[in-house]
Design a protein around this ligand. Structure first.
Ligand code: SF4
Length: 452
């Protein structure tokens, strides 16, 4: 690592791009992880964090500054910190405080390739997001994740071992007529599968655009992994009930084989233009049509993310990506009442921001009726990136002793429970990277062209 001459750091004490400030006395919304959830190398930092008197910025920030300021000073302009909007534990605010960037998954994916001057990327988000940056990065850049066990339940139900046998069956039946479109929430191995068929990646922000492009090719589209985003964007471009076939997700998906399917089922599959892999987001499927009905009845405008079930999306006043939801909040007139159905930490930030703008925001799941169960704090797997993980990662990088487990390379496959990682050999990694980049670049080309 190249050390930089000391420079005086200007730490931003507010949220620059999101507009949310770290305020005195605010609680850091996250349950502490037990000590044995940390990697050995990270435990000393976690012990110090757990010994802090409370989780207010007054206690947490001086402790973080002690480690992070020297790391920022050491790396200077070589370093870029990144986080996704959905991160818990106030990581979003903390990363921005230390000069990092907060974005949705599309913008995050492009950070390395668009910033060739940066050399070290440290990501506080889930593994597939860090891997996507690694797939697109320049060769001289490196990507690190603060917690490799930070996964996505939707992605975990669409691992390569589950999807590949199904793809092989479908390819044997439909050959070149099969086109794989995958959501950003997939491993590089699934993105490579899409690339091999000439397919594309999509995000929640461009799913309609990509789905239309796929449909216009007149091929049979295999959409992996989110059944709800696939259905919502599929209906948007004209697929009907009869055009869609729902394949089971997870290990059940792998067990369903074309050779054993009853004739009627096979006929439905043959007829379908869109095959949906049956994975889903455990957070967004919490929202029910009754939530929408309740808040609309209270005079709220209901906005939801398209990972919600179709019935929820259909009843809502609007649906779209995190950028769409945040944009709707920022454009809302004072006095507007919004009920937002998406990840809890995002909504919590939206509530704070709305209060400053005279906009009342509620979490769509927070219906004041005991028959509606609580949705909890937010995405539990994303919340695995807490302050001690960020502190430890940066301090160990500065010292030149980062754990190899936290380095992210194309094709890495992680078990989110044990942290076990399968890494490809360099030749296989290069092949995978080329194939996955093909599907990512297809998405980027279509998206940028649509933006004009
Ligand atoms: S909110 Fe849902 S889709 Fe997003 S990372 Fe968490 S589990 Fe995955």
């Amino acid at each position: 690592m190249v050390a930089h001459a000391h420079r005086s750091l200007e730490i931003d004490r507010s949220m620059r791009s999101s507009g949310i400030a770290l305020t005195p006395g605010m609680a850091i919304c996250q349950t502490d992880l037990p000590l044995d959830w940390y990697q050995e190398e990270f435990k000393p930092y976690a012990e110090e964090y757990l010994a802090l008197p409370d989780r207010t910025p007054e206690s947490v920030l001086p402790w973080m500054d002690r480690y992070i300021v020297p790391a920022l000073d050491h790396f200077g302009d070589d370093l870029m910190l990144l986080a996704h909007f959905y991160m818990g534990g106030e990581i979003v605010k903390l990363v921005e405080r230390y000069g990092g960037q907060i974005a949705d998954s599309y913008a995050l994916a492009l950070q390395a390739v668009r910033h060739p001057d940066k050399r070290v990327f440290v990501e506080s988000a889930v593994h597939f997001m860090a891997e996507t940056i690694a797939l697109l990065k320049h060769d001289h850049q490196e990507v690190w994740i603060t917690n490799p066990k930070s996964g996505c339940t939707m992605e975990a139900l669409a691992k390569e071992d589950m999807v590949l046998p199904v793809f092989d069956d479908l390819y044997a039946r439909y050959g070149e007529d099969l086109l794989v479109v995958c959501y950003m929430n997939t491993s590089g191995r699934i993105k490579a599968l899409a690339g091999r068929t000439g397919g594309s990646v999509c995000t929640s922000a461009n799913a309609g655009l990509i789905m239309k492009w796929a449909k216009d090719q007149g091929k049979k589209v295999f959409f992996v992994p989110d059944r709800h985003l696939g259905e919502n964007s599929g209906r948007q471009v004209g697929y009907t009930d009869a055009d869609m076939y729902l394949w089971p997700g997870g290990w059940d998906g792998m067990k369903q084989r074309v050779a054993n399917m009853p004739a009627a089922e096979l006929a439905r599959l043959d007829k379908a233009g869109l095959i949906l892999w049956g994975s889903y987001c455990s957070v967004h499927t919490h929202f029910r049509p009754a939530h929408v009905d309740y808040w609309r009845g209270q005079g709220y405008r209901v906005l939801v993310h398209p990972e919600c079930e179709h019935e929820v999306v259909k009843r809502a006043d609007g649906s779209g990506s995190t950028n769409y939801l945040w944009g709707a909040l920022m454009q809302a007139q004072p006095g507007t009442k919004l009920a937002i159905g998406t990840e809890g930490h995002f909504v919590r930030n939206a509530i704070e921001q709305g209060a400053k703008r005279g906009v009342t925001v509620v979490n769509l799941a927070d219906v004041p009726d005991p028959r509606f169960p609580s949705i909890g704090c937010g995405c539990a797997t994303m919340s695995r990136n807490d302050p001690p993980h960020l502190v430890a990662m940066l301090d160990l990088l500065r010292k030149g002793t980062p754990p190899e487990l936290n380095r992210v390379l194309s094709g890495d496959s992680i078990d989110e429970v044990s942290g076990w990682r399968e890494r490809l050999d360099p030749t296989s990694r290069d092949v995978l990277r080329q194939e996955a980049r093909r599907s990512l670049e297809q998405m980027i080309t279509l998206t940028e062209a649509a933006r004009g």
